[in-house]
Write a protein that binds this ligand. Structure first.
Ligand code: EPZ
Length: 386
């Protein structure tokens, strides 16, 4: 199978049982966070995807020792970190490459990191990250497409993050755990992946309180030791499979999930008519005869996740009635509409709002995945298409 192109024959309901992998966005933050230690950290439940392997290569490039111990089990040893410079070739491949900035400033007090690439969901600046680094005493400049940072006298700080930002919260946590003094991050992101990172860092000897709320307090420590840690399951992967049962009128069981993380997704899929029941170690989801139209507004956690917005758009193209999606997190994350229209969807996009008029059927067509989640959404639509 050529991974650049998938050929999908639709029209069959999705049935079966699936064990959900470790969360991609936890894996990326925790793999880099593990390199803050001076001893090996063993990470389990790491998903096997391209982004994870790129982040491993970025760490190896700056001297971190990364070893595969078993399927989904890796050792990350930051004690061999020996460079402050990340390469453009690797960094341009994913947004999370900018996590190297926080790691290198925390451990080497200097960093040369290219501005990140990643999915085109809008401008995706890093201004909050840079302002946060400066709050710790860093001098930062952007030269030739790279952030060049240096901290001579790092000091704990109180910093208000302009708006809820996963990446900024991750990067500033890296810096705070190894910076002398107390740091208070206000308006911090509350995503489960942030809590996962904080729990792992505390297992490594960090002193973090309040992760999962919008005020995180950190007491800096001199160094971090090793630990063994298993990351949380992927709430977006689980939600995507659940949406697959709804859009195809099938039924599936998703195993290895944390129900609290899925609350906004469960609520919306039930509103669309899905039957959802808790079963041992997971959820049973059955799609309805008729998908009900509804409105979705994406918000930072615990609101409806922007990473599930595309999957909802696909599902709502087959709902009875008109639905409205409002994308409040990213500036430009409704482009999927144009691709779904090629399959017979009736979608009008205006700025951050998409109006979806339900149709009877979707039809096979050649379409293009514009980012990870819209790619998943197109697979869902293709499974339902005739
Ligand atoms: C993380 O991206 C996730 N990526 C995204 O998942 C997720 O959609 C996003 O958080 C929101 O939850 C990873 O964890 C690797 P943000 P991130 O900083 O950190 C603006 C996926 O498909 N902003 O929370 O880049 C930004 O433009 C990906 O798995 C600034 O303006 O997102 C956006 O509008 C897609 N300046 C908003 O804040 C900054 O300095 C939220 O971004 C930083 C962000």
């Amino acid at each position: 199978m050529n991974l650049d192109c998938l050929r999908i024959q639709g029209g069959k309901p999705l049935y079966g049982r699936i064990t959900i992998s470790g969360a991609k966005n936890s894996a990326l933050a925790l793999i880099v966070g593990a390199a803050l230690g001076e001893e090996p950290v063993v990470l389990e439940n790491i998903p096997d995807n391209t982004d994870v392997h790129v982040i491993f290569d970025l760490l190896r490039e700056v001297g971190v020792t990364v070893q595969s111990l078993d399927k989904g089990k890796w050792s990350v040893d930051g004690s061999t970190l020996n460079s402050s410079k990340a390469s453009y070739e690797l960094a341009r491949k994913l947004r999370a490459s900018f996590y190297l900035a926080g790691l290198l400033l925390a451990k080497r007090h200097e960093a040369v990191v290219p501005l990140p690439g990643g999915c085109f969901l809008g401008p995706r600046p890093v201004d909050f990250h840079l302002k946060g680094f400066q709050a710790f005493g860093a001098e930062v400049a952007i030269e030739h497409g790279c952030m060049i940072g240096k901290i001579t006298k790092p000091q704990g700080t109180r910093f208000f993050i302009n708006r809820s930002s996963m990446g900024t919260t991750v990067n500033l946590l890296y810096l705070a755990v190894l910076t002398p003094g107390t740091t208070i991050l206000e308006n911090a992101a509350k995503e489960p992946e942030i809590v996962d990172l904080a729990v792992m860092l505390n297992c490594m000897g960090a002193k973090i309180r309040g992760a999962g709320t919008d005020v995180i307090r950190v007491q800096g420590v001199k160094s971090l030791h090793g630990t063994d840690y298993s990351i949380i399951p992927d709430r977006i992967e689980a939600g995507t499979y659940m949406a697959g049962a709804v859009i195809t009128g099938g039924s599936i069981t998703v195993e290895n999930v944390i129900l609290t993380h899925l609350k906004p997704i469960i609520a919306k899929l039930k509103e669309a008519g899905a039957y959802i029941e808790e079963v041992d170690n997971g959820l049973f989801v059955a799609g309805p005869e008729i998908i009900r139209s509804l409105d979705v507004k994406t918000l930072p956690y615990p609101g409806f996740p922007t990473d599930m917005q595309s999957q909802m758009m696909a599902l709502l193209t087959l709902a009875h009635g008109t639905s409205i999606i409002t994308e409040n997190v990213f500036e430009n994350r409704l482009q999927l509409g144009a691709e779904l229209k090629r399959m017979g969807g009736k979608i009008k996009v205006d700025g951050r709002t998409a109006v979806i008029q339900g149709v009877e059927k979707l039809y096979g067509a050649s379409v293009k995945a514009l980012d990870l989640r819209s790619g998943a959404a197109l697979v869902l639509a293709a499974m339902a298409a005739v």
